[in-house]
Design a protein around this ligand. Structure first.
Ligand code: PDD
Length: 289
């Protein structure tokens, strides 16, 4: 499989990442995941913007422009040739020897970029029946707004939920629901949607941006307010969102059904609108070409 390695497209076997790459040693890096639908990079601009925001927050200066990065990712997509896929890309603070905690001089040690593309498809079966999740204490750091490659807190939470027999973790900090292990989290009460506000405790999701838009067109009230576990158990519906999972109903938490324990009608309405928005964007892109 071809991958992007800095500014080159090479076979995966040709990539040489140094043992002292700071991403490898410290988890010192940032990343993004974009869903590709029928060759179209969905909400690419927003994902690139978030990468630059993450870079600024970790004080990393990226040695390419958004346009350059976009060109490289599209070149890779053309080489790989998968119509429905996801592109993962990450930038680490580079290789500094010997291993020192101090940030290296970016003029001397350039960040290391990589990207790979893997097939992805809409998780239709799960979207139709929903998934079961378990509550896990959110023990992550206080910079959850940064899309950092250091995901230990997230993957440990997911593993804890899986050890307890669930598919996903719903994270709880000080009694308030923050997000899922790799997705934003939402509950529905009547015609009102609730999700944790952006800030340092959750990732500002790109799918979340789209849901804000869809809520307006569907005349749903959206309240970006923290809610408690008690409020969650009294909700009618809940779901999680991410670029790859899109909108995924969560029908049971800690073995208790949410609402009637089936994907809810508001969740289905939003999912339907999301799929329509994707189709429209793909169509518009096709007509542009
Ligand atoms: N995860 N919250 C967390 C902690 C995430 O890791 C993600 C994305 C999201 C949703 O973000 P978006 O809507 O921008 O995809 C929220 C990606 C997909 C991942 O780690 O693979």
């Amino acid at each position: 499989m071809k991958v992007l390695w800095n500014d080159q497209i090479v076979d995966e076997s040709e990539v040489k990442i140094d043992l002292e790459d700071r991403g490898y040693q410290f988890g010192d890096g940032i990343y993004e995941v974009i869903r590709i639908y029928d060759g179209y990079f969905y909400m690419e601009k927003e994902h690139l913007e978030r990468l630059w925001v993450s870079a600024e927050k970790v004080r990393m200066s990226l040695p390419f422009t958004r346009e350059e990065l976009s060109r490289r990712l599209h070149r890779l997509a053309a080489e790989v040739g998968l119509a429905n896929a996801r592109v993962y890309f990450q930038v680490t603070r580079g290789t500094a020897k010997p291993r020192l905690h101090d940030f290296p001089d970016p003029q001397v040690v350039p960040p290391v970029l990589m990207a790979d593309i893997q097939p992805a498809s809409r998780p239709s079966a799960k979207q139709a029946i929903g998934i079961r999740a378990g509550l896990v204490e959110d023990k992550r750091w206080l910079h959850c707004d940064i899309k950092s490659i250091s995901l230990l807190g997230n993957i440990m939470a997911l593993d804890e939920a899986q050890q307890n027999g669930y598919e996903e973790a719903v994270l709880v900090r000080n009694g308030y629901v923050t997000e899922a292990s790799a997705s934003n989290f939402w509950m529905v009460k009547g015609e009102v949607l609730y999700t944790h506000p952006d800030g340092n405790l959750v990732l500002p999701g790109i799918t979340k941006i789209k849901i804000r838009e869809l809520a307006r067109t569907l005349n749903l009230t959206l309240k970006e307010e923290a809610f408690t576990v008690k409020e969650l158990f009294a909700a009618d519906e809940c779901f999680k969102t991410s670029s790859v999972a899109e909108i995924l109903p969560i029908v049971e938490i800690d073995n208790q059904p949410i609402g009637d324990g089936m994907p809810g009608k508001v969740t289905k309405k939003i999912l339907h609108a999301y799929i329509e928005a994707v189709d429209l964007a793909v169509q518009a892109h096709r007509e542009e070409k």
